[in-house]
Design a protein around this ligand. Sequence first.
Ligand code: GLY
Length: 347
Amino acid sequence: MSRGSTARVEVLGAGIVGLAVADELLRRGHDVRVVDPAPARGASWAAAGMLSPAAEVSHDEPALLDLGRRSQALWPGWAARLGLATSSTGTLLVGRDAADLQEVDRQAALVRRLGGRVEELDSRGVRDLEPGLAGRVLGGALLPDDHSIDPRQVLAALLERVPVQPEPGPPGWAEVTVLATGSTPPAAYVDRAGLPPGLVRGVRGEVLRARTDDPPGRTVRGWARGRAVYVVPRAGGEVVVGATSEEHDAPPVVTLGGLHALLEAARELLPGLDRAELVEALARDRPGTVDGLPLVGPTPDPALVMATGHFRHGVLLAPLTAELVADHLDTGRVDPAIDPRRLLENR
Ligand code: GLY
């Protein structure tokens, strides 16, 4: 395809990343076919939708944080284009006991070091913000700039704009194929581009959804007796409780142990959840990479572009990924930090 012209692009995968990429390419005048036999039912269907770049980094990850912040800045405008709004009530970090509070302090210090705003809170300050946590935590910290969104609403809005086909188009139709297949890149394309096995690996996440009369007013990300958990409220009293994180090569299923761990931690912090109605429990694989950064851009096969490997950050990074893939097709530009070839050349 010649740069600057429009192209026939097949996007494999109709999760939030594939649909976002397709929507952006359509906007820019490309001819797009999205292929997925089960659209919008992968990792983004399970995602909690935290738009929380600093709370989701676990150590100094400046490249990831930079991507997260750039994408977070795009989110309000992108959501508005989809007829949606982000919730901007922030993230509350809380710790149940002294060791848990150290985790809060560690994360808060990291956020601060990376330039984010943090408001430290004692147990009373936490209680004033979230009465449901009263008496359950020693203290916390508010990250006031975090947002969240319901990924299922985003998927529904994107599916209204982007038709999805169950099967690939006729051979030779596509000038470019975009692999947005999350943790399961199709073998034929892996072989075609000479991608190494294990370039993307599944990291199981189990989540549950519950309905409560007494949801927290903002995302609560807590540590309770050494277990990490997050509780993300949605409009209408639903909360998403997540998430386990487990490397494995078996199909992602909800386990009793996973559910137990999530419930134990969530109920330690928010005992009012005992009265909540369990709505759903599900497990999906996050697409992990060896360096924790996504794979967005070219492969050795000039007709194959990647948009995967987003690990815990697919929802946050969807609008930026869409822009970067479209920019790459339009101009050839590649962001070196997430260029897939960085992981291919070293093997
Ligand atoms: N982004 C949250 C998770 O992957 O659990």
